[in-house]
Design a binder for this molecule. Structure first.
Ligand SMILES: O=C(O)CCC(=O)C(=O)O
Ligand SMILES: [Fe+2]
Length: 544
């Protein structure tokens, strides 16, 4: 297809559905949550296949200075915007085929009764190159293909950096991490959310968690829409220009043996503004066996997920969804492939053996539970009882804070002032709430939430994200290359407390000259690390 000669039609898939709007409330019995717009499948465009939805994480990380050049981002953005403006006729050439979910369309469409997401999406597998569907690639506008190639390579690099930081934080063998991910499977989902006349009745992307290990999300414009689920509430993640939102997916939860947890997220729609995003999913190598990293398990650290072949993981994922479809019962849920019973062994050993292993497994489970409770204070429940197999219980997690600048090793509590903050509930300058300076680490440990002085940060470093632990929540503070600290970038990174703050990513190292003079002089500091409770307040109530 030659994009240059095509008219930039305004018809999008969602618009097309909206052309025959049959917005109706769906029975709460079938769909939990707020009623949303829905269409009968026969009213949807021809070619919509029976596809599952994808996947997604329990904490997000905002990454700036990620090493992907701004010009590449701009170019890719331009091409993707153009791509979604292709005429319907041209889009149809790139439509999902009945046996494949790549192309334009929707994922996880399994029922006539199903509410469809108020979005168009284009899904494509990008890496390894052997997995690419050449029929689809060849049809892409050449410029888009070119930039997508470059972007895909850059995002892979970034994913590998993050993974290696995670290995460090987990005390996992970095070589093992590299082996698992060096030739990882990468796919992209480009999302276009047109304005929705009844945003309260629609949803851009149904709540889900991503099935991959990491998702690197690029938000193309400043329309807000992404929300993450946190302790029963939906927390918006504000778009930050040229930054990536990194989500942890189900595979990472498995590899980390439950330490990192994927998060449920969704995308909302706006009545006036359109929104666009590109989610790049990065998973383990195709031939890898999925399971907890071997360097993370041992006699005292039993595996809490069963090993499964990568291929089977995704096949099961789809199979489970299809079964749901045949029951005509659509639950808009993620389907993490977690081992519901945490049974690492499956041997045909007769009755005695079965009993023996059952006892062993019970013992293992108990041990795992005790260890996990002791170390992480985790609520241990089965998959069928709740969505998450392992989830830290914030109540039980000791209140403690620490600031770690992972890569430079220069930032420590003794180098910066950590100031006690009040109970801010907004992004405004905490002003007088900053009342104390230079509290000791012990003090911080004892107290709880802190407010940090941006000017102090800028004394110390540039181009970094600093993660501040606060109970089970880590808030990331981004300092740009001028030493400015962006308040909007305070994002919670809800990981098990012990490991959370150990992930700090900086695309570019701080200047070799070392500490530069503050450029914030005269400006009011605007870094706010709010306590989790305050952070949640003022946010829209959950719809679940
Ligand atoms: O558009 C967004 O912010 C979320 C997209 C997403 O979750 C996905 O594509 O999996
Ligand atoms: Fe997602």
């Amino acid at each position: 297809m030659n994009s240059g000669g095509l008219g930039r039609g305004v018809v999008s898939l969602a618009e097309m559905w909206a052309a025959r709007p049959r917005c109706y409330k769906v029975s709460a019995k079938v769909y939990s949550g707020r009623p949303r717009c829905a269409w009968k499948i026969d009213q949807a465009p021809v070619g919509i296949a029976m596809y599952q939805n994808v996947i997604c994480p329990r904490g997000v990380l905002l990454v700036v200075n990620h090493g992907v050049s701004i010009s590449l981002l701009e170019e890719f953005k331009r091409e993707v915007v153009y791509f979604f403006k292709l005429s319907l006729e041209d889009k149809k050439k790139l439509w999902q085929q009945p046996d494949n979910h790549e192309g334009f369309g929707q994922l996880f469409v399994v029922s006539e009764e199903q509410k469809l997401d108020w979005s168009d999406m284009f899904y494509i597998t990008t890496l390894p190159t052997s997995l690419r569907r050449t029929q689809l690639f060849d049809l892409l506008p050449p410029k888009l293909r070119e930039t997508m190639e470059a972007y895909s390579a850059e995002v892979k690099k970034l994913a590998m950096i993050i993974l290696s930081q995670m290995a460090k934080a987990l005390k996992m063998d970095n070589e093992e991490m590299k082996e698992l991910f060096s030739d990882g499977v990468q796919s992209m989902r480009m999302n276009y959310y047109p304005p929705c006349p009844e945003p309260d009745m629609a949803i851009g992307i149904t709540p889900h968690s991503d099935a991959g290990a990491l998702t690197i999300l690029y938000q193309l414009n400043d329309t807000q829409g992404l929300q993450i689920q946190k302790e029963g509430k939906w927390v918006p993640v504000k778009p930050l220009q040229d930054a990536f939102v990194v989500n942890i997916g189900d595979i990472m939860e498995i590899v980390s043996n439950g330490v990192y947890q994927s998060i449920e997220h969704r995308a909302m729609v706006n009545s006036r503004k359109e929104r666009m995003s590109i989610a790049t999913f990065y998973s383990t190598n195709l031939e890898s066996e999925l399971g907890p990293a071997r360097s993370l398990i041992g006699p005292n650290k039993p595996a809490v997920f069963r090993r499964v072949l990568f291929d089977k993981y995704f096949k099961d994922f789809f199979a489970r969804k299809l079964k749901v479809s045949s029951n005509n019962e659509i639950k808009a849920t993620r389907v993490p492939q977690r081992d519901p019973s945490s049974q690492p062994l499956e041997l045909d050993t007769g009755l005695f053996g079965t009993l023996f292993f059952a006892a062993l497994q019970t013992l293992q489970q108990m041990l795992a539970m005790i260890i996990y409770h002791a170390v992480q204070s985790v609520d241990f429940k089965r998959d069928d009882e709740r969505e998450r197999f392992y989830r830290p219980d914030p109540e039980l997690i000791p209140l403690k804070q620490e600031v770690i600048h992972e890569r430079r090793g220069r930032l420590s509590l003794s180098e910066i002032d950590v100031r006690r903050g009040g109970d801010d509930t907004s992004d405004v300058d905490p002003g007088p709430l900053i009342s104390e300076v230079g509290v000791s680490k012990e003090e911080v440990d004892r107290r709880g939430s802190v407010v940090m002085d941006a000017a102090e940060f800028s004394n110390v470093l540039r181009n970094v994200i600093i993660s501040v632990k606060n109970s089970d929540v880590t808030q990331d503070i981004i300092v740009d290359d001028k030493g400015n600290v962006n308040t909007n970038t305070v994002v919670c990174f809800a990981l098990p407390y012990k490991h959370a703050a150990e992930i700090c990513i900086s695309g570019q190292p701080v200047s070799d000259e070392g500490c530069r003079p503050p450029v914030m002089a005269g400006r009011s500091p605007k870094v706010v690390c709010r306590p989790p409770a305050a952070m949640e307040s003022g946010l829209p109530a959950t719809d679940a």
